[in-house]
Design a protein around this ligand. Structure first.
Ligand code: PGA
Length: 249
């Protein structure tokens, strides 16, 4: 059984006033046990402070994006090396909000993932279909095309895939258990086909309206190796309840 990864994505939320929640999560991560890895991905402005707070606890810190270059004339951007320097050990890449808001293509996501892995970070690469694509029966093919374009042929131990149906993010809607299981099975098949044995070791997270009430069911599905959690990661009580659900799987 693979260790479960429960990662919180704070998106553009959080200032110094919210560090108390992170402290509670860091403390709670001590009870997660050896079968669950707990991570928080705050906005870049909080990475350094949160990493300092998490020192000595099992809580890992991640970024939410990085540039494909490590340095250079890119005003406003942050490189993977900078995230690592600030205390991050991972970075979320190709989140659907970035694909939509910033026009990130699969190729751009792949270049960022390569930069992240070269900087020693774990790249959490997000894929997922829109509601229209699911309704049209195109979800599996669309996600496969995103994997084809976004996943680099690099050290599989540095890669994580997050399946996040766009229509489930922040909406309270989730796919059926059968649909989640079918997609994760499809992603696993792609990973083992493309990256052979290493592909079976890559964690596949589910994301999209995961919360304490549905975490246990989703996390018990085959090939669901953890969760990427937005809204429910902002409050320690909710997030730690999901961590507790992962611990029992
Ligand atoms: P949500 O967000 O849990 O608020 O749906 C998940 C995500 O976007 O990573």
């Amino acid at each position: 059984m693979m260790r479960k990864l429960i990662a919180g994505n704070w998106k553009m939320n959080g200032t110094a006033a919210d560090l108390g929640e992170a402290r509670d999560i860091a403390d709670g991560a001590r009870d997660a046990g050896s079968d669950v890895t707990v991570m928080l991905c705050p906005p870049a402005t909080l990475i350094d402070r949160m990493a300092g707070m998490a020192a000595g606890t099992p809580l890992l810190i991640g970024g939410q994006d990085c540039h494909a270059s490590q340095t250079g004339a890119h005003t406003g951007d942050i490189s993977a090396r900078m995230l690592a320097d600030a205390g991050a050990s991972a970075v979320i890449l190709g989140h659907s909000e970035r694909r939509a808001d910033h026009g990130e293509s699969n190729g751009a996501v792949r270049a960022k993932a390569e930069a992240a892995v070269r900087a020693g970070l774990t790249a959490i690469i997000c894929v997922g279909e829109t509601e229209a694509q699911r309704d049209a029966g195109e979800a599996l093919a669309l996600v496969e095309a995103q994997l084809d374009g976004s996943v680099p042929q690099l050290d599989p131990s540095r890669l994580v895939i997050a399946y996040e149906p766009v229509w489930a993010i922040g909406t309270g809607k989730t796919p059926t258990a059968d649909d989640i299981a079918a997609m994760h099975h499809h992603i696993r098949g792609w990973l083992t086909g493309r990256l052979s044995a290493g592909g079976s070791e890559i964690a596949i997270l589910y994301g999209g309206s995961m919360k304490p009430g549905n975490a246990a069911e989703i996390l018990s599905l085959a090939d669901v190796d953890g969760g990427l959690i937005g809204g429910a990661s902002l409050k320690a009580a909710d997030f730690l309840a999901i961590v507790a659900a992962a611990k029992m799987k």
